[in-house]
Ligand binder design. Structure first.
Ligand code: CA2
Length: 141
């Protein structure tokens, strides 16, 4: 099973500020956790981060016919991006939406997700462990 794990804007700063919301692990630590779990589950992962909406859209388009599942934490683009929604809509593989915090319990502008209607499952508020849970969910599908 080939899985694409996408991370949106500012997640490259993980572990460097706001540890009370996002914890103290860096995105590299999260990648390491995912690689370890993927190996255990016999999955192959491609873990990426971009601060650019268009780059994320291109990566999602490229995932067509190339991967078996997508895990996406689109960060702030979750709440704004019709472009990412439209790109994900073209995939006919399972999409798991991940958030480290629980956006629904935070500011109102974080309550809308343009990804949620397309996601097989949303994992939110479980910290960075949510990425590992998403890999387990995909393994069971
Ligand atoms: O909880 C999540 O995973 C979010 O997707 C994180 C986004 C936020 O806009 C979403 O509403 C919820 C923010 C990503 C910024 O990440 C940072 C983490 C630590 C330090 C600085 C930035």
């Amino acid at each position: 099973m080939n899985i694409l794990i996408l991370n949106g804007p500012n997640l490259n700063m993980l572990g460097l500020r706001e540890p009370e919301i996002y914890g103290d692990k860096t995105l590299d630590d999260v990648k390491g956790m995912c690689l370890e779990k993927a190996q255990e589950l016999g999955q192959s992962i491609d873990f990426r981060q971009s601060n650019h909406e268009g780059e994320l859209v291109t990566w999602i388009q490229d995932a067509r016919d190339a991967v078996d599942g997508v895990i996406i934490n689109a960060a702030a683009y979750t709440h704004t991006s019709v472009a990412i929604h439209d790109a994900l809509k073209l995939l006919d593989i399972p999409i798991i939406e991940v958030h480290i915090s629980d956006p629904k319990t935070r500011e109102e502008f974080r309550h809308i997700s343009y990804i949620e209607p397309l996601a097989k499952k949303v994992v939110a508020g479980k910290g960075v462990e949510g990425y590992v849970l998403a890999l387990e969910i995909l393994a069971k599908l």
